[in-house]
Design a protein around this ligand. Structure first.
Ligand code: BGC
Length: 442
């Protein structure tokens, strides 16, 4: 049997990622809470409820789990609606609670990465038009300043906005997220305001903390023409990819956002990233289809022979990770994989998904691409937005009724990788034997 060690660079960040509304519980002042009260919005009418009860203190046991399994970093988000419950009110107790959590991380040898916006918005902000209203930029700037001042003692790695492309397209094109709109013009308005908000946040963070590193986390999905010989497939694939993958990122590179038919100048966004966060889950084929008018005539689907996750939500496509990193290279900044994972209650696919995705990361590192860390989604099962509790992304299983956690086999696999700062052939043979031959050919 081949013996090999695929080493990662010294100082590589190994962690998991979470988000406030998905894990804290009792968030009752944001747009997702309101959305959960509306019939038909969340699968089976499920609610975040207590979530993983981090606000009740269970972050302690979960950070213990992360530290005991050799993770050296964790990415969490702070909840705007807690920190600023009303436009003219700051909640110092909420900030104290976050300080305590971050201190708790450092005490356990875990480097914090803090996301300032991860899908959830205060209800008062949405009542003013949310991210469609340009006034959001000033509001976001004030909230970021207050939060960074309060947490600067513990954090230097900041993520301004998580997946602006998913927020804008899910909330304003497909309508799966609040506010449930189907309007391509609103989608671009939101994307542009998010780029302005990101730029304001980036500059604010650096004013307060010159040594900070700030960036965003973009959800990258490679979109290829289903039939390479059919020009219309290529055209819609390029158009969808431009909207989903590139629109938000362009102004960070050159100050200009391409829209459907034109462009918007956002000069203040140029050069506002110290790293790029890449969230990678799966990739799509695209074919031209007149029935998909609301998706720019692009029908997106998975390769027919791809292996699917638990509820069929994701296709197992590790090569797409390499494509994502290759795409990220063009921005000429260090890259962090800020999310990657699979919904898999039975832990059938996860071990294979972990090692094969990380194998692609390792390949990229061997081309000297500047990849600095990997955050697995997620530490423990949590509330999956419009899919409620039906999907299980955790290394640890959660029974949300009793709050009991149970480790899945992938915990030990990931712990070995984190501890060794490497993927060893022994670990693959033990936890993901079906891919051994592919990863270590004789
Ligand atoms: C989001 C996470 C989410 C994950 C899995 C990402 O798009 O950032 O909040 O839980 O996907 O659905």
């Amino acid at each position: 049997m081949a013996q090999a060690t695929l080493n990662f660079p010294r100082g590589f960040l190994w962690g998991t990622a979470t988000a406030s509304h998905q894990v804290e519980g009792n968030n009752t002042n944001n747009n997702w809470y309101a959305w959960e009260q509306e019939p038909g919005r969340i699968r089976h009418g499920q609610k975040a409820g207590l979530a993983c009860d981090w606000w009740g203190g269970r972050w302690r046991e979960d950070f213990d789990r992360a530290a005991e399994t050799h993770q050296n970093a964790h990415r969490l988000s702070v909840e705007w609606s807690r920190i600023q419950p009303a436009p003219d009110r700051w909640d110092e107790h909420a900030l104290d609670r976050y300080r305590e959590m971050l201190r708790g991380m450092l005490d356990r040898g875990i480097t914090p990465m803090v996301t300032l916006h991860h899908f959830s918005d205060p209800i008062w902000l949405m009542e003013q038009g949310g991210w469609e209203n340009p006034a959001v930029v000033t509001h976001f700037d004030r909230y970021v300043r207050k939060t960074v001042e309060a947490l600067r003692e513990y954090v230097t790695l900041w993520c301004t906005i998580n997946e602006p492309n998913v927020y804008a397209t899910s909330g304003y094109t497909s309508g799966d997220f609040p506010p449930g709109k189907h309007d391509i013009n609103s989608t671009f308005r939101v994307l542009a305001n998010m780029a302005r908000g990101h730029a304001a946040a980036y500059h604010a963070i650096h004013e307060i903390q010159p040594q900070a590193r700030a960036g965003t986390a973009i959800h990258y999905r490679s979109m290829k023409a289903a039939k390479s010989w059919f020009p219309l497939d290529g055209m819609v694939a390029r158009q969808l990819s431009r909207l989903f993958n590139d629109a938000f990122m362009r102004p960070l590179m050159n100050g200009v956002m391409p829209t459907l038919l034109g462009r918007v100048r956002i000069p203040e966004a140029k050069g506002t990233q110290d790293y790029l966060g890449v969230n990678y889950y799966t990739r799509d084929l695209v074919s031209f289809n007149l029935l998909y008018a609301n998706q720019l005539f692009g029908h997106r689907y998975y390769r027919p022979d791809a292996e699917l996750s638990g509820t069929g939500f994701l296709a197992h496509e590790p090569e797409g990770m390499f494509e994502a990193l290759k795409w990220a290279l063009q921005f000429n900044v260090p890259i962090i994989i800020t999310e990657n994972g699979v919904e898999d209650a039975e832990d059938h696919l996860r071990p294979k998904s972990l090692v094969e995705n990380l194998h692609q990361v390792w390949r990229a590192i061997n081309f000297n691409w500047p990849i600095k860390g990997y955050f697995h989604w997620s530490l423990v099962d949590n509330f999956e937005w419009e899919r409620g509790w039906t999907q299980r992304f955790g290394l640890w299983e959660l029974d949300e009724a009793t709050q009991a956690r149970k480790k899945r086999p992938s915990v030990d696999l990931y712990a070995e990788i984190c501890r060794n700062n490497a993927i060893t052939s022994e670990a693959v043979a033990k936890y993901a034997p079906t891919v051994f031959g592919k990863m270590f050919p004789n």
